[in-house]
Design a protein around this ligand. Structure first.
Ligand code: PLP
Length: 389
């Protein structure tokens, strides 16, 4: 491999939230928040170092390179033809959820989410005065999460339903939705005039045998009722640069979003953010490919280890993301017992499944985007703790 994903990097004392000393003592392995423990591609660090040698850092121009790099990525990685004019900038993917709520719905309107799901989805809806409507994913006999389309249609039918927040690939259930599933969602949303906000921040992180399909790429009708959110941050470990983009093919929707951006004077592109975004999406395809090879090995190691050594933990086939959704319900612990067991006995810093919604009780989320040696140690810790019960 061109990139060394085995390298152990000491992230403590580097303004790193994942390894914050006050929360995670030295003997705990933090495997929670969704960033990786891998160095960024050389191309990104070289671009940053080169630019840092220039002594001035005043307001940057808004060059069109940002939009063109998003266009290139969607075309080369997912065969989606978009226009650079469709691309909008924000300092993260999350601001677009807020913009969408404000631009495309009224107070009291309904926003549908599919829990268990990334916790800020529900917080943003509630904090912006909209009604949160759950269309919970349901597990089939193999533990695989499926969309409950009967329930979805019931929720979409409501005259106040305006937006659907789709997480695809889905965090934390590791689903990469199929063309058939996405088409069904699109047809229903068209039928009931609901706009799809497709958060595709994990789009590069899809394992062999599965394929990421940008929602807007399926057909023109779906493109017209949706926006797709992307960010190189999950793949290239650049979340600290605060970039994010929305692809909005519909001109009226784009104008409405632009009004919210301008009303809030939220233009803040940063020099280093732009550089990382553009470099990632124009020069770093190899890194995204190698990352997936590496993650696949980590994923398989985890699956085999758990099956062999801790079969009481259940996990469905991870189709995407480096965030493994572990089912501890057979341990019959309360959520607080489970959390303290994993933190104090197994010495692992994981995400509490209950923060992803009621449906996440009994689950914990474990991030495998770390050197294999760290994962091996973490799973050994887990086995020892379970054996001691
Ligand atoms: C599904 C999903 N959306 C959004 C984000 C955060 O995006 P950003 O930092 O670009 O706002 C995350 C981070 O984990 C995520 O998993």
């Amino acid at each position: 491999m061109k990139h060394n994903f085995d390298e152990i990097i000491d992230r403590r004392d580097s303004e790193c939230k994942k390894y914050e000393r006050a929360v995670y003592p030295e003997d705990v392995i933090p495997m929670w928040i969704a960033d990786t423990d891998f160095a960024v591609p050389k191309e990104i660090s070289n671009a940053i170092i080169k630019r840092a040698q220039h002594p001035c850092f005043g307001y940057p121009i808004e060059s069109f390179e940002f939009e063109k790099s998003a266009q290139r990525w969607e075309k080369t990685r997912f065969n989606w033809d978009i226009e650079p004019e469709w691309v909008k900038y924000a300092n993260g993917v999350l601001p677009f959820l807020m913009y969408a709520i404000r631009a495309l719905s009224y107070p009291g309107d309904e926003v549908i989410i599919q829990p268990p799901v990334y916790p800020p989805f529900s917080a943003i809806v509630k904090n912006n005065g909209r009604q949160l409507i759950n269309n919970a994913l349901v597990q089939d006999e193999n533990g695989k999460y499926q969309i409950d389309f009967i329930d979805l249609e019931k929720k979409l039918k409501s005259p106040r339903a305006k937006l659907l927040f789709l997480s695809n690939p889905h965090n934390p259930t590791m689903r990469s939705f199929t063309l058939e599933e996405l088409t069904k969602i699109g047809e229903l949303c068209l039928k009931y005039s609901v706009i799809v906000i497709s958060d595709e921040i994990h789009c590069d992180l899809v394992y062999k045998g599965h394929k990421h399909i940008p929602f807007g790429s399926i057909n023109e009708k779906f493109a017209n009722i949706s926006m797709v959110l992307i960010n190189p941050s999950k793949t290239f470990n650049t979340a600290g640069f605060r970039t994010g983009a929305a692809i909005i093919p519909n001109e009226v929707m784009r104008k409405n979003i632009q009004i919210i951006i301008e009303d809030n004077k939220n233009y803040g592109r940063t020099i280093f953010g732009m550089l990382t975004f553009i470099t990632a999406y124009t020069e770093c395809d190899y890194y995204a490919d190698e990352l997936m090879e590496y993650l696949e090995e980590n994923r398989d190691y985890l699956l085999n280890f758990i099956k062999r050594n801790i079969p009481k933990i259940k996990i469905s086939e991870p189709e995407a993301t480096y965030l493994m959704w572990l089912d501890f319900r057979e341990f019959n612990m309360s959520q607080s017992e489970l959390k303290s067991f994993l933190f104090e006995k197994a010495k692992l810093g994981l995400n509490d499944g209950a923060t992803f919604g009621e449906e996440g009780k009994g689950f914990m989320r474990l991030n495998i985007a770390c050197p294999k040696s760290t994962l091996v140690k973490a799973l050994d810790n887990l086995k020892k703790a379970v054996d001691s019960l």
